[in-house]
Structures are given as structure tokens and as C-alpha cells.
Design a protein around this ligand. Structure first.
Ligand SMILES: [Zn+2]
Length: 198
């Protein structure tokens, strides 16, 4: 079922069969919180991006911190920086690798503020990015795509021993957002202004 939305096994690594079924059911069902639903469902990003975003918003990504609740892990290090323990807050927003990715993505969107933590970012998204303007639509796609690519990068380093620089991740995501945005004609003019790499 994950293939349908373009996910590989490593994207949802280390989940039990039961939890996959459970989570996918919740994903297709109703969200409890309406603002979060707007961020995920009113999102023109790739389905696999919004699915990973959904898991992240519900803190269901199987980070080492979560796995350590039921298994012994020798190494709790974040594979992006190898300096801190891997939990969802660190992995998605607080790692220095993430800061590079997000600060470039904010600059690209002309959003002038620093990179916050995950909780604060979600709060900002709920307050500022659930509407229908082109900038809000692109922000939601970028949030989903960024979370997806950071999760993918983490898995590539753990399972495939391959890695990309933060700059490579940013460029790839920007290209992919342009491709997705072509599906939405009202974004045309705005995307022309974003036709550059930060
Ligand atoms: Zn890190």
C-alpha cells in the first residue's frame, strides 16, 4: 500500500506490520485537529511527502528514541550530525544539518525569520499557512517535502550508506516543488519568482 503513494520500505523503516496498518488507517481517516488537517490535506506536495509529514505531526516516525522504548540500541546518535541523540525534534529541526536545509528553504520563499523547533514551526504553520495564497500553498508543500527529504536522508545514511549535502537536498526539493506546482495553474506567477536556488 505504501507503493501506491510512492514510498519505499526504508521510508517507513522499522515499523511493525500492525502499526503500519494502524497508522495508514488513521491517515485515511479523519484528523482530530482541523488545522493540522489543513496542513496535510490541503497540500499539493507529493503523496509520500504528506504521508511522512502526517507521521511526523503525530510523532509516529520510528526514530531511535522511539525504537529504544522496545529494543536495545547500541547507538543513539543522529546520523546527520553524529553529535546529538536522535529524537524527532532533533532529527527534523534542531540538527545543524536541518538548520542549513530549512534556512535555505525559508530564504528561497522570502520568509524572513530564523529556523525554529518542530513544535514552534507547526504552530507557525497553523497560524500563518493554512490559507489559499500561493505563498501559503508553497510553504505547505515545502514543509512536507523538507520533512520527507530529511527522513529519507536519515534512512539513506542508516540503510544505504549514502549521503547528500544539505545543499543537494535543498536543490532537489526545489526542483520537485516546481514540478508539483505545475499541476496548480494559480501558482504559475508565484513560482516564476521562485525560479532560483537560494
Ligand atoms: Zn543531528
Amino acid at each position: 500500500m505504501f507503493k501506491k503513494i510512492g514510498l519505499h520500505e526504508t521510508d517507513v523503516a522499522a515499523m511493525t506490520k500492525y502499526s503500519i496498518k494502524d497508522i495508514y488507517g488513521a491517515y485515511r481517516g479523519e484528523f482530530q485537529k482541523v488545522p493540522l488537517r489543513r496542513i496535510v490535506w490541503n497540500n499539493n506536495g507529493q503523496p509520500k511527502w504528506t504521508f511522512i509529514l502526517f507521521l511526523a505531526l503525530h510523532r509516529k516516525l520510528q526514530t531511535k528514541e522511539r525504537i529504544a522504548c522496545w529494543a536495545n540500541l547500541d547507538n543513539m546518535d543522529c546520523v546527520l550530525c553524529k553529535q546529538e541523540n536522535e529524537d524527532i525534534d532533533h532529527l527534523l529541526f534542531e540538527c545543524m544539518y536541518d538548520k542549513q536545509v530549512w534556512s535555505n528553504l525559508l530564504a528561497w520563499q522570502n520568509i524572513r525569520r530564523e529556523v525554529w523547533n518542530w513544535k514552534h514551526e507547526v504552530q507557525w504553520a497553523i497560524e500563518n499557512a493554512t490559507g489559499k495564497t500561493a505563498q501559503q500553498e508553497v510553504y505547505r508543500m515545502t514543509l512536507a517535502g523538507g520533512v520527507y527529504h530529511l527522513w529519507k536522508e536519515r534512512n539513506a545514511r542508516i540503510f544505504k550508506e549514502s549521503s547528500r549535502s544539505a545543499d543537494q537536498v535543498v536543490k532537489q526539493l526545489i526542483r520537485e516543488i516546481h514540478v508539483r506546482a505545475r499541476r496548480v495553474s494559480r501558482l504559475d506567477r508565484y513560482m516564476k519568482d521562485l525560479n532560483f536556488y537560494p
